[in-house]
Ligand binder design. Structure first.
Ligand code: FES
Length: 204
C-alpha cells in the first residue's frame, strides 16, 4: 500500500492509501471531533461534526473527515471560521434533541453553540446510528434498528430479538452520545420483561 503525504493543520502527515482524513489525523495525534464514528464500524458519515476544510488543486471544500480519503498533497484545516460555524450549527440542531447530553455540552462549549437556538424535538436520538450499526456489524444480532423515515426516523429495539440478546450484552449503551438508548432499552425491557411493579395489584 503506497504512502501518501498530506498536510493537516500545517503538519506534514504520512498516511496510507485508503485511509480517511480522520484516521490520518488521529495517527498524527490531531483531534477531530466525532459523534457517529467508531473504529470497529464501517464509516457512516451521518453527523458531519467531523467536518474539515480540505484543499486540493486550488479548491477548498468542506468534507466529512471520517468518510473522505486522503490524497497526495491534500491540505486539511481542522479548525477555521467555516469549520467552526458548521460544527456550531450542527450542535445546535443536536442540542434541540438532547440539550443535557454531556458529550454535546462539551462540544457546545467549545464551539459556542446555543442549546436554545432551535425548537426542542421530542426525540433524544440524533440518528448517529452507532447502536444500530454496532449491533449489526459487531454483534451480528440486529436487535436495534431504525424505524420510520424523514423527521420521524428513530431507533427502536426489536422486542423479539432484544428479549433474547440485550440483557446479556448492552455493549451499545456507552456508545450512545445522547444516552437516549438506555431509555429506549429500558422501555422495551419493561414491556418485554414486566417486573412485579408492572403487574396489576391483586384485589381483595
Ligand atoms: Fe464523521 Fe459523524 S464522525 S460524520
Amino acid at each position: 500500500m503506497s504512502e501518501i503525504l498530506l498536510q493537516i493543520d500545517g503538519i506534514e502527515v504520512k498516511a496510507k492509501e485508503g485511509m480517511s482524513i480522520l484516521e490520518a489525523a488521529q495517527s498524527a495525534g490531531i483531534y477531530i471531533p466525532t459523534l457517529c464514528h467508531h473504529e470497529k464500524l464501517q464509516p457512516y458519515g451521518a453527523c458531519r461534526i467531523c467536518t474539515v476544510e480540505a484543499e486540493t488543486g486550488g479548491r477548498t471544500n468542506l468534507v466529512a473527515a471520517c468518510v473522505s480519503p486522503v490524497q497526495p498533497n491534500l491540505v486539511v484545516r481542522t479548525r477555521s471560521e467555516k469549520v467552526d460555524k458548521t460544527r456550531k450549527i450542527l450542535l445546535e440542531q443536536f442540542l434541540a434533541h438532547a440539550p443535557d447530553a454531556p458529550a454535546l455540552q462539551d462540544l457546545a462549549q467549545e464551539y459556542g453553540a446555543d442549546k436554545d437556538r432551535f425548537e426542542k424535538e421530542s426525540s433524544f436520538c440524533i440518528l448517529c446510528g452507532l447502536c444500530v450499526r454496532y449491533c449489526a456489524e459487531v454483534k451480528k444480532k440486529n436487535a436495534v434498528g431504525f424505524v420510520d423515515r424523514g423527521a420521524r426516523r428513530e431507533i427502536s429495539f426489536i422486542p423479539e430479538i432484544a428479549s433474547k440478546e440485550c440483557w446479556k450484552c448492552k455493549e451499545c449503551f456507552p456508545l450512545c452520545p445522547t444516552s437516549y438508548l438506555q431509555a429506549a432499552y429500558h422501555l422495551t425491557e419493561a414491556l418485554v420483561f414486566p417486573s412485579p411493579s408492572f403487574e396489576p395489584a391483586s384485589e381483595g
